[in-house]
Write a protein that binds this ligand. Structure first.
Ligand SMILES: NC(=O)c1ccc[n+]([C@@H]2O[C@H](COP(=O)([O-])OP(=O)(O)OC[C@H]3O[C@@H](n4cnc5c(N)ncnc54)[C@H](OP(=O)(O)O)[C@@H]3O)[C@@H](O)[C@H]2O)c1
Length: 277
């Protein structure tokens, strides 16, 4: 029996992955901010006879303190993790700063994934074939990291913040592999393409229309999760890999620049140290 942890497992791709593994007889921990939606996942698990293998940890992952509390709860309950699936995301047309002082998309889409990846790495390393599947946006030639303005105080746009988050997650994967080149944990950056999911977010009217159109044309979630399940079932041989709609991506070009990854790792470690103090 495997243990799979899914952040953002109350909707969309994360929920479908969680229920798939519960249906197969595995143990699944879902992290999400909405207790009602968490209870729905647990009720669905009960219906398929997996009630005793389903766990929900309520946590607002846009807060580092909450993410670390969730990490602590996982560590208290489990000695090893086979798969960590990172899906929590929430689009914001208007800029929001969290109570901890981080811009919301930066905090949720990037920082929480950094904390979950690195601070659960030892539990992952205790499993026989562990893998992190970071469901994000590799392979898209768009999105700029504003090194001097990661919180995008200047000229905020929701799309720019989202795309910056995707580029930061590419470098998170590179940085994770740099620190554990010979370890057992595989890191997979996975772009699912357009999938009909919850599209969690607060959209302005123009963006809301675009999202509705995108949702209509998107693939159903059962199709969208196929590459995620493949990566969890048979983790790649390479420490780091990336794919888009199931097709492998070359780990070349600025998106996967080793120096930028080192720089980002150091910067993030310093930001987290400041937040903790
Ligand atoms: N769907 C696509 O077309 C597509 C395309 C490319 C990449 N992706 C990426 O794939 C990943 C999964 O996307 P999805 O479309 O399946 O997502 P989704 O259906 O919108 O679900 C997002 C999940 O994140 C949770 N969440 C939001 N804010 C949170 C917070 N502050 N703390 C904890 N959990 C929070 C949501 O909980 P609530 O239900 O409470 O909101 C929900 O469970 C995302 O990273 C997304 O960027 C998706």
């Amino acid at each position: 029996m495997k243990t799979i942890v899914v952040s953002g497992g109350t909707d969309g791709i994360g929920k479908a992955v969680a229920l798939t593994y519960l249906g197969r007889g595995d143990e699944v921990v879902v992290l999400g901010r909405n207790a009602e939606k968490g209870a729905e996942v647990l009720a669905e698990a009960e219906r398929i006879g997996a009630g005793n293998r389903a766990h929900f940890i309520a946590a607002d992952l846009s807060l580092v303190s909450e993410t670390r509390r969730a990490v602590g709860e996982i560590r208290d309950r489990f000695a090893g993790i086979d798969g960590l699936v990172l899906c929590a995301q929430h689009f914001r047309s208007s800029r929001l700063v969290t109570a901890e002082g981080f811009e919301h998309t930066f905090a949720l889409y990037y920082l929480s994934r950094f904390v979950l990846s690195h601070e659960l790495a030892d539990l992952l390393a205790a499993a026989p074939a562990p893998v992190v599947v970071n469901v994000c946006g590799p392979g898209v030639d768009f999105g700029e990291i504003r090194w001097d303005d990661l919180g995008r105080e200047r000229d905020y746009s929701g799309i720019d913040a989202l795309m910056q988050g995707s580029r930061l997650n590419d470098l998170l994967g590179v940085g994770f592999a740099q620190r554990r080149p010979a370890g057992p944990v595989r890191y997979v950056l996975l772009n699912p393409g357009s999938v009909r999911t919850g599209f969690s977010g607060e959209y302005d009217p123009v963006m809301a229309e675009q999202i509705e159109a995108a949702r209509r044309n998107a693939r159903p979630v059962e199709e969208g999760i196929v590459p995620v399940l493949a990566a969890l079932d048979a983790p790649p041989a390479e420490t780091l890999s990336a794919s888009m709609t199931g097709a492998p991506l070359e780990l070349t070009g600025p998106a996967f620049d080793p120096e930028a990854a080192r720089r980002l790792h150091e910067l993030t470690t310093a930001l987290l140290a400041d937040a903790a103090s």
